[in-house]
Design a protein around this ligand. Structure first.
Ligand code: F6R
Length: 241
């Protein structure tokens, strides 16, 4: 079931997401599922401002990230490890031992996938933050990914590599071809999910997620089966609803 919130600015979208995040952080040992990309940046900025202003502690918080590129060193400026440390963890004094990301650096990515799914099975994610790709992907689960998938190696489509080339000097050849991603079934285990989407280029994917048929051709449409999803949109992303 979708709870849909439509606002007229990205700042308001981020405030709505932060309101839900604050509730989650009141729990004794919050477990957060986190995403990279541009959609959650405003939320992360609000978490940092709140940490600075109110001293909100992350000592008891555990995080799991959705995905990571294969083949980039952890310290590469475009690795999701670096993204999360620069845009959130380093600024909220997040204890490193509570941080989990898939390991895309090893020689055996299959083993990394199994290990990550085991780590995920230790605790249920209380609040999962998601962005959505213009082709309806969530995590790196591209169209055609089975709904029952767990953490796996995912090939990036041309479209996603083109979308992400802006972070690699606008050079698609520098964008990795594979990633490790939580699967669609792994994502569905979260107790509560927020999807953040803004801009006209997300309108078709948002429509497919909410109103389209439930089909593996639109991976986000699996969320129609989840009972606690809040979709937070600006007017452009909501244009087709
Ligand atoms: C990021 C992720 C991706 C993004 C999606 C939207 O960890 O898993 O699914 O959420 O590609 O990206 P942005 O927010 O940059 O439009």
């Amino acid at each position: 079931m979708f709870n849909i919130i439509i606002t007229d600015s990205y700042d308001k979208v981020s405030s709505e997401a932060f309101r839900i995040m604050k509730e989650e952080l009141k729990k004794e040992a919050p477990v957060l599922g986190l995403a990279t990309g541009s959609s959650p940046i405003g939320l992360y900025k609000k978490m940092i401002a709140d940490h600075n202003a109110n001293g909100t502690s992350y000592d008891n918080v555990t995080t799991y990230n959705l995905d990571e590129y294969i083949g980039l060193p952890r310290e590469h400026d475009q690795s999701y490890w670096t993204f999360m440390h620069e845009n959130l963890f380093d600024q909220i004094e997040m204890p490193e031992e509570n941080v989990h990301l898939p390991d895309g650096t090893g020689t055996d990515p299959e083993a990394s996938c199994r290990k990550y799914e085991e780590e995920l099975s230790v605790r249920q994610i209380g609040l999962q933050i998601l962005g959505i790709g213009s082709d309806g992907h969530i995590g790196f689960n591209e169209p055609g990914t089975p709904f029952d998938s767990l953490t796996h190696i995912a090939e990036l489509t041309e479209q996603t590599r083109r979308d992400n080339a802006r972070f690699f000097d606008d050079n698609i050849d520098l964008v990795p071809k594979e990633s490790i991603t939580m699967g669609l079934a792994s994502i569905m285990k979260a107790a509560k999910i927020i999807v953040i989407a803004t801009g006209r280029n997300k309108a078709d994917a948002v429509y497919g997620m909410i109103k389209g048929p439930k089909t593996e051709e639109c991976p986000a449409s699996i969320l129609q089966d989840h009972d606690d999803v809040t979709v937070i949109l600006d007017e452009e992303a909501a244009a087709r609803l």
